[in-house]
Write a protein that binds this ligand. Structure first.
Ligand code: ZN
Length: 199
C-alpha cells in the first residue's frame, strides 16, 4: 500500500449566496447509486440523503433554482464495460430516490456521460436564468460530481461544494475530489449548514 498525504484544503464556515443567481445541483441521486438495492450502490450516499433534503428545502424556500441530473443510459452503453449495467432509462434504478423526488418546477437533466454539461442543455439553462453560482451535491464525488464541477468552473461559474452532501466509494476518491475542487477549480468547500441565501 502507498500512503499519501492529503494537502491542506480550506472548508469555509459560512458561504452567502444570492438565491436568484444560484442553482442547487443534485447529481445522480438515483436508486442505482443511492439505494442499498441499487446496482452501483455507494454506501455513504445514503448518509447524504437527509443532508441534501434539508438543503433542498432551504433552497426551495429561498427561490433557488433546483436542478437534478440523472445518469441515463441505453442498453449496451460503452460505459457498462467499466461499471456494469446501471441507470438504464425507465428502470427503477434510474429513478431518483424517493426521499429526494423532484417537484414540478425543478429542472431535470438527463446525461449520458459523467459530466452534467456534456451533450446536455445545462449551460444554456443556467445562462438564460442568469445563474452564476452552483451548489454541487450528490454522487459519485470523483466521477460525476467532479466532472460536472470541473466543467462548471471552466465555464466560469462559481462552484460551492458542501462536503457533507457528496459521497464516494472510498476515502481516497473523496479526498482526491476535494483537493481537485478546491485547488484546481478554485471551488469553495463548506458544509451544508454553512450555506446562507441572502439577497
Ligand atoms: Zn453511468
Amino acid at each position: 500500500m502507498v500512503v499519501v498525504e492529503v494537502p491542506k484544503y480550506e472548508v469555509l464556515e459560512k458561504v452567502e449566496l444570492k438565491p436568484r443567481e444560484t442553482a442547487l445541483i443534485i447529481i445522480d441521486m438515483q436508486n442505482d447509486f443511492a439505494h442499498p438495492n441499487g446496482k452501483l450502490f455507494v454506501p455513504t450516499a445514503k448518509d447524504t440523503i437527509p443532508v441534501i433534503r434539508k438543503l433542498l428545502e432551504k433552497a426551495r424556500k429561498s427561490g433557488v433554482t433546483v436542478i437534478y441530473t440523472m445518469d441515463t443510459h441505453m442498453k449496451d452503453d460503452p460505459e457498462f464495460s467499466i461499471w456494469g449495467e446501471h441507470t438504464v432509462e425507465g428502470t427503477w434504478g434510474w429513478e431518483i430516490v424517493d426521499e429526494l423526488k423532484p417537484e414540478e418546477n425543478d429542472i431535470i437533466i438527463r446525461k449520458m456521460r459523467y459530466d452534467g454539461f456534456f451533450g446536455t442543455p445545462l449551460d444554456h439553462i443556467l445562462r438564460i436564468r442568469n445563474i452564476k453560482n452552483l451548489i454541487i451535491t450528490g454522487t459519485v464525488a470523483n466521477i460525476c460530481v467532479l466532472h460536472t464541477a470541473g466543467t462548471a468552473a471552466l465555464l466560469g461559474y462559481k462552484i460551492v461544494v458542501p462536503i457533507d452532501a457528496i459521497s464516494a466509494l472510498n476515502e481516497f476518491d473523496m479526498y482526491a475530489s476535494l483537493r481537485q475542487i478546491s485547488f484546481l477549480y478554485r471551488g469553495i468547500l463548506t458544509r451544508s449548514d454553512g450555506i446562507v441565501f441572502l439577497e
